[in-house]
Design a protein around this ligand. Structure first.
Ligand SMILES: Nc1ncnc2c1ncn2[C@@H]1O[C@H](COP(=O)(O)OP(=O)(O)O)[C@@H](O)[C@H]1O
Ligand SMILES: [Mg+2]
Length: 219
């Protein structure tokens, strides 16, 4: 298990407390339309999307709800590393294989009520796969097995994957990195999501300072 799962390794820390506040704030911001599916993304790479999503999943499962984490970053999947599970089968298996659609290859985690659907083998055409009718069936199927399904995705700006997925889900949480996200990129990400009629629930301010630029990732 990676150190990134601070809600598991150090649940009493201020950082874990911050993730619990995020969970509570999300509940309050969606009172009239409870979220069953939520996308977590950000304008650029390495802004803390995957880490934020994983810890939000843990704190939500800790309230007794059934949670599934789906790794839809089919370019740089990371949830299997964070939760220490195999990436051999997963989302792409479910998209391809009828039997897996019926019985999702979910991986148990060390947290009760929390399952991970890793990316599975990486396809050559992630955006197309995420846009497919079959992907919509996968989403429907996962919703039957959990109270909350959280989707990890690539950055919004470099590739269309996140926007494609956003249009199929109940809401989007945008991670903004206080150290590295440029204002113009945050606004651009918001515009892209609004264009596909995504429901932007809110933004999380993450504070990693990383010495990388937006373009080192998917170009
Ligand atoms: N709040 C934070 N404080 C310190 N390091 C963080 C924080 N959030 C993320 N990181 C680290 O930054 C790197 C990128 O995080 P990740 O969640 O994989 O980003 P993304 O999914 O946006 O590419 C990881 O090594 C992770 O451990
Ligand atoms: Mg990520």
């Amino acid at each position: 298990m990676a150190l990134d799962l601070i809600t598991v390794t150090d649940p009493r820390s201020p950082v874990a407390e911050a993730y619990r506040s995020l969970r509570t704030n999300l509940e309050f911001s969606s009172l009239d339309h409870p979220l069953h599916t939520l996308l977590v993304t950000s304008p650029g790479p390495d802004e803390g999307k995957s880490t934020t999503l994983a810890n939000l999943a843990v704190t939500t499962a800790q309230t007794g709800r059934r949670v599934i984490v789906v790794d839809c970053d089919l370019r740089r999947p990371r949830q299997h590393e964070i939760f220490g599970v195999s990436n051999g089968t997963g989302l792409t298996t479910m998209v391809r294989d009828e039997a897996a659609l019926t019985r999702p290859p979910l991986q148990k985690t060390q947290v009760a009520g929390l399952w991970v659907l890793p990316s599975g083998p990486l396809p050559p055409n992630p955006a197309e796969l995420l846009a497919s009718q079959r992907m919509s069936q996968v989403i429907e199927r996962l919703m039957q097995s959990a109270d909350l399904v959280l989707f990890d995705a690539p950055p919004v700006i470099a590739v269309t994957d996140a926007a494609v997925l956003a249009s199929k889900l109940d809401g989007v949480l945008l991670v903004i990195n206080a150290g590295s996200t440029k204002r113009q990129y945050a606004l651009r990400a918001k515009e892209i999501l609004e264009r596909v009629n995504a429901r932007l629930i809110g933004a999380v301010l993450n504070n990693v300072v990383l010495d990388k630029t937006l373009h080192t990732y998917y170009t």
